[in-house]
Design a protein around this ligand. Structure first.
Ligand code: MG
Length: 249
């Protein structure tokens, strides 16, 4: 199939999908508080998606049961919202995908529940910084490996590890298109970036080592060593010049 190049018109629709995702994540971040059940966040996401005329990307995807992935503390990604009660000091990753007029937007943030520890705050800052470093490498004529390497260098130079078994991805009419975007790699390798490529870049950064463990529910991915993990994601478009972040409110 190869990497699908989007027209300006298609990217305009993806901008709308992206805005919906970003708007909802922002609203969710404001709602997060100690004592809340993670399923309450999923209910808000469902209601907001409907209000904004979008459909959830994740619900029903390979049987995933919710609109939103909610991953707490040592959960890396794909946490299923449910009865878990958030506690002061937890960190919580919120990953949301929306379909609007046939196109997808996908983004994730990690936020603190109430006051969080300094190490937790530094992990969040580093992971968001790694995402920004990856985006800053996403120029036409650069290579995909430049994005991967920028993410890896940002995280590892600060003493963290990047998850290797899960990657970013191309995105468009499908949530997962080519190419896969690893969060580690060598600069100057991989496909050349071209205007019209739309990519979901999503570093998952662990305070400990990068190995993962899959939960018995076959969805939730944990750090193997029980260390904290954070996740930030944006959907972006490669342009003639600066990369455009599509998942922005
Ligand atoms: Mg994604």
């Amino acid at each position: 199939m190869g990497i699908i190049i989007k027209s300006d018109r298609e990217i305009a629709v993806m901008r709308q999908a992206g805005r919906i995702v970003a708007t909802i994540l922002k609203a969710l971040a404001k709602q997060v508080r100690p004592g809340m059940k993670t399923k309450e966040l999923d209910a808000i996401a469902a209601k907001e998606l409907e209000r904004l005329g979008a459909k959830p990307s994740f619900k029903g995807y390979q049987g995933f049961p919710a609109n939103l992935c909610v991953s707490v503390n040592d959960e890396i990604v794909h946490g299923i919202p449910g009865e878990r009660v958030l506690r002061e000091g937890d960190i919580i990753s919120l990953d949301l995908g929306a379909i609007f007029n046939g196109f997808q937007g996908d983004a994730a943030i990690t936020v603190g529940v109430g006051e969080i520890s300094l190490p937790a705050r530094q992990l969040l800052e580093t992971t968001e910084g790694a995402l920004n470093a990856g985006i800053a490498a996403a120029y036409p004529k650069a290579k995909l490996g430049d994005i991967s390497a920028a993410i890896q260098n940002h995280a590892e130079s600060r003493g963290y590890s990047v998850v290797r078994e899960y990657t970013g991805h191309g995105i468009g009419q499908e949530m997962h298109e080519e190419p896969q975007i690893p969060n580690f790699g060598l600069p100057g390798t991989g496909p050349v970036l071209k205007k019209g490529m739309t990519l979901a870049i999503e570093p998952m950064v662990n305070a400990g080592d990068w190995h993962t463990r899959l939960s018995d529910n076959h969805w939730t991915v944990f750090t193997a060593d029980g260390s904290l993990s954070a996740h930030f994601e944006h959907t972006i478009a490669i342009t003639d010049g600066e990369p455009e972040v599509l998942t922005i409110a």
